[in-house]
Design a protein around this ligand. Structure first.
Ligand code: ADP
Ligand code: MG
Length: 226
């Protein structure tokens, strides 16, 4: 039996906006386990806790109580620095607004995580080129983000998230800025990528729900299926 790529066990996360402000329970008693080969959709109304859950699954944040493991590492028990290393080695993250560096070419954007990993320059270039090819942008490697469409920018962001060959890919509303046809192609790509890793996508896009192997719905920070 294989170990899940990411797990949550009775996770709770609260926020407080300031002293004296009421505490918001963003996630309450959420448990899940996701295996390689799965495309899992996270749905729920705005404010239901989707982004909070994804931040925990990505190791960007830690729970108030409960346990999150990424590739077997208990992230709540780690320092910020140790979590950054876990993210670099195991997690790729894609955001709604792409978050590409505007002054860099598509290839240089994709190669950035490899700089952090200390991969030599020639290998970075080769791997970034291959990744852009993989996402259908082999002819756009030298373009800057401003010279690319929204759908193309999101593909660059996906290629960048894949650069370190993570076993977990997390995408928060990845089609939120795209028209439905462009979004559908991004979802197809995420589906393909789930064949050999775990992919978790938060979205209220029906196309994500249709493409997912499994859908978890949140309501007020709890799974609707318990
Ligand atoms: P979703 O992604 O489903 O829209 P979020 O996870 O962003 O939901 O938010 C869940 C709840 O937590 C909401 O009530 C939201 O207002 C609150 N929340 C999220 N982030 C913060 C924050 N940084 N500070 C205070 N409250 C927050
Ligand atoms: Mg959100």
């Amino acid at each position: 039996m294989s170990t899940p790529v990411v797990t949550c066990d009775a996770v709770r996360r609260t926020y407080r906006r300031g002293r004296g402000a009421p505490t918001v329970v963003a996630l309450d008693e959420v448990s899940l386990a996701i295996d390689a080969g799965e495309l899992v959709g996270i749905t729920g109304a705005s404010g239901s806790g989707k982004s909070t859950l994804l931040h925990l699954l990505a190791g960007l944040d830690t729970p108030d109580s409960g346990r999150v493991t990424i590739a077997g590492h208990d992230v709540g028990a780690r320092s910020e620095r140790a979590r950054a290393r876990i993210r670099l080695d195991h997690v790729g993250i894609v955001f709604q607004r792409f978050h590409l560096l505007p002054a860099l070419s598509a290839r240089a954007n994709v190669a950035l995580p490899l700089v952090e990993q200390g991969v030599p320059k020639a290998e970075r270039r080769e791997r970034a080129t291959a990744l852009l090819d993989r996402v259908g942008l082999g002819d756009r490697t030298d373009h800057r983000p401003g010279e690319l469409s929204g759908g193309e920018q999101q593909r660059v962001a996906i290629a960048r998230a894949l650069a370190t060959e993570p076993e977990l890919l997390i995408a928060d509303e990845p089609t939120g800025e795209l028209d439905s046809e462009t979004g559908a192609r991004v979802i197809d790509l995420l589906g393909e990528l789930a064949s050999d890793r775990a992919v978790v996508v938060a979205s209220h896009d029906d196309a994500v729900v249709a493409a997912a192997d499994r859908v978890l719905e949140l309501r007020d920070g709890r799974r609707t299926d318990g």
